[in-house]
Design a protein around this ligand. Structure first.
Ligand code: ZN
Ligand code: ZN
Ligand code: ZN
Length: 367
């Protein structure tokens, strides 16, 4: 039985609304929560903070919505979550006050179990101040017994909070502390941020025409937070970038961009699935930069939103690509949900930058 979404008319296999429209409706409901409603929800969460340690509880869901869609997570809630030992939602501890930080450090120092240490390091990374750095640095230099059971070092756990440190303890920011969402709008009026612009050249692996996957005008007032001196461009093959670990391009602030080939681990002859219709759809996507910033975790909880800055919604673990020139982890710039621009595809494209080397990276994750 064929049906169309009652809201956007997209063909779907059931009566009702498609998942994208349903997600949007849910988000709009959260955006409509009043001050009184929010206050009472927070009181409820504080009283039942223990339930925040389980992702399938209503409390967990409400806490995520408050944090991601409304940008709300007061210190009293962070204190209650610490008290209840609820460490499975690390975002909850973003910029938490020093008493919460110290509580986490004490527990981390007492931890004997690797899983517990792993959760606490992730939450401490989200708190993210200098003392958090010093603690993780100390644990990297003097590994505890639980370290043997973990795959990566504390400096990689720090990345969960959008930063890391080198062997000398110097801090490197890997995320921007401002976030904008892309909205549907008129690209002829606002082209500050463009997803998908056709290039002349073709891909040497699959012959698909190359695309500037993202073009940002760093001079626009809204994007000043990126610290970019001009036009940022990330260019790649829309067909091949899902088949390799990461692809790169080199940009110049005057708008130039050169893709770096060959792509790692790809054969010479790749099949091209991006036919003319798919390409048309990609280039015709309706997204423009939103007018005002959104909460930092806005793009984390949803699969239907493209964001610039802030935190990414990692399908798997967080992943900051090593710059091919200087080997440092690159800085996260944006995420594009493939099916918002190409209906047939799945997963997320993450775009990162090394500002020192003027290199853009693009990598893909999916379930
Ligand atoms: Zn719909
Ligand atoms: Zn290709
Ligand atoms: Zn670099």
């Amino acid at each position: 039985m064929k049906h169309n979404c009652e809201s956007c008319s997209t063909p779907i296999g059931f009566k009702g609304v498609c998942w994208k429209c349903r997600t949007e409706q849910e988000r709009n409901e959260v955006l409509a929560w009043t001050h009184e409603q929010i206050t009472s929800k927070i009181q409820h969460l504080i009283a039942h903070a223990g339930r925040l340690s389980k992702w399938d509880t209503d409390e967990y869901d409400v806490c995520c919505k408050l944090l991601e869609i409304r940008g709300i997570c007061p210190p009293e809630l962070q204190r209650a979550a610490l008290e209840a030992r609820a460490f499975s939602m690390e975002q909850l501890y973003y910029n938490a006050p020093v008493d919460v930080r110290d509580g986490m450090i004490t527990l981390l120092m007492e931890a004997t179990d690797s899983r517990e240490a792993s959760e606490l390091m992730t939450c401490l990374a989200m708190q993210g101040d200098d003392q958090a750095l010093q603690t993780l640095l100390m644990l990297e230099r003097n590994p505890r017994p639980w370290r043997e059971k973990l795959y990566v070092n504390p400096s990689v756990y720090a990345q969960a909070g959008g930063w890391t440190f080198d062997q000398e303890g110097n801090r490197h920011e890997l995320n921007y502390a401002t976030c904008y969402a892309m909205e549907k709008g008129d690209k002829s009026i606002d082209n500050t941020a463009v997803i998908g612009r056709l290039c002349q050249d073709t891909c040497p692996h699959c012959s698909c025409q190359l695309v500037d996957m993202l073009v940002l005008d760093g001079q626009d007032e809204r994007l000043k937070f990126l610290g970019m001196d001009g036009i940022f461009t990330a260019t790649g093959c829309p067909n091949c970038c899902g088949f390799t670990d990461a692809v790169f391009s080199r940009f110049t602030w005057d708008g130039g961009s050169t893709p770096i080939f060959p792509y790692n681990e790809l054969e010479d002859e790749m099949e091209n699935y991006v036919d003319e219709d798919v390409m048309k759809e990609l280039l015709a996507n309706p997204y423009i930069l939103g007018k005002t910033p959104v909460p930092l975790f806005y793009g984390v909880g949803s699969e239907d939103i493209n964001t610039i800055g802030g935190f990414a919604s990692w399908v798997q673990d967080w992943q900051y690509i090593a710059c091919p020139d200087c080997s440092k982890p690159m800085k996260y710039v944006a995420q594009i949900q493939w099916d918002t621009v190409m209906d047939y595809s799945e997963g997320t494209l993450y775009i990162e930058v090394c500002l020192d080397c003027s290199i853009a990276s693009m990598h893909h994750q999916q379930t």
